[in-house]
Design a protein around this ligand. Structure first.
Ligand code: ZN
Ligand code: ZN
Length: 285
């Protein structure tokens, strides 16, 4: 993925063209800025050297062999708690600015700083996709568990993006599961090119090939119940949905789209498709 300045410029360009997306895009930029120190460091918050090709190739090999996403194979002990805490305060600061409950979140950060909560435990739960720990934190600190999950996720995002960036085609073409092969999140977006559909992860920027006739939510592969909707005014976008579980994917047809859509912004840019899907009685993954 391009450097921070390039990404911010691309976002500002979109804000000029689509002012109705200003709010979510500005939040996106603020998080990127809060992650700056991590993003600009070599280890991306870890003690590892990501230029060492053997690290990525081993992880990729193990992921394919075990059918587990790369993040779940990472040990949280490689992350540097001091650098992570610094970024954690910055990301939390973004949410204070946006009106989040300050005291509760500050207490959570104090607990991590004092070591009473081990930040690596929180990181480990994000890496393994363990939602339960965040439910506990939410209850203890009277805060939205999803917000705490988001904040801790943002601490590992630069590292996970770096991994996604350095994996090669064999992972993308041989994974054949719905969740992201790098971070394990279930994609809500896809890009279609030359009649191939790639599921897109907006968290880490990874893309992987998925059958056109596969529901990313329930695994349904019956073509007669896998359908699509296209907005009248925007043929480059479509909603692929499953009649069995009523879940959907937002697809950007790159063969029809005019200007390239920057990575990681797919979900925000296709916000209109969520409205179309909701009107059709569909549910977001
Ligand atoms: Zn991912
Ligand atoms: Zn389904």
């Amino acid at each position: 993925m391009e450097r921070l300045e390039g990404r911010v410029n691309a976002i500002n360009q979109i804000i000029r063209e689509r002012p109705e997306l200003r709010k979510p895009l500005e939040l996106h930029t603020m998080i990127l800025e809060a992650q700056r120190q991590l993003r600009e460091s070599l280890g991306k918050g870890t003690s590892l050297d990501w230029n060492d090709k053997s690290i990525i190739s081993n992880l990729q090999h193990d992921a394919l062999k075990s059918n587990k996403p790369i993040a779940s194979l990472l040990d949280a002990s490689v992350f540097d708690p001091i650098v992570l805490l610094h970024t954690c305060e910055k990301v939390a600061g973004v949410f204070f600015e946006k009106g989040a409950k300050e005291e509760e979140l500050k207490e959570f950060i104090r607990e991590m700083k004092s070591g009473r909560i081990n930040i690596r435990d929180a990181v480990s739960a994000v890496l393994k996709g363990d939602a339960e720990l965040f439910e506990n934190y939410g209850e203890k600190f009277r805060t939205d568990p999803a917000l705490i999950f988001f904040i801790i996720s943002s601490l590992i995002q630069p590292c996970i993006e770096e991994i996604a960036n350095k994996t090669d085609n064999s992972l993308r073409e041989k994974w054949w599961q719905a969740p992201c092969p790098v971070c394990g999140r279930v994609p809500i977006c896809a890009r279609s090119k030359n009649n191939k559909r790639y599921l897109v992860c907006t968290f880490c920027g990874s893309r992987h090939l998925a059958d056109q006739f596969l529901c990313a939510n329930c695994g349904n592969t019956d073509p007669s119940t896998l359908k699509f909707l296209t907005p009248e005014d925007n043929p480059e976008f479509r909603v692929d949905y499953c009649d069995k579980c009523k879940h959907y994917l937002k697809v950007i047809d790159e063969d029809k789209s005019g200007r390239p859509i920057p990575e990681s912004l797919e979900d925000i840019i296709t916000i209109d498709l969520d409205i179309i899907a909701k009107d059709a009685g569909l549910v977001r993954i």
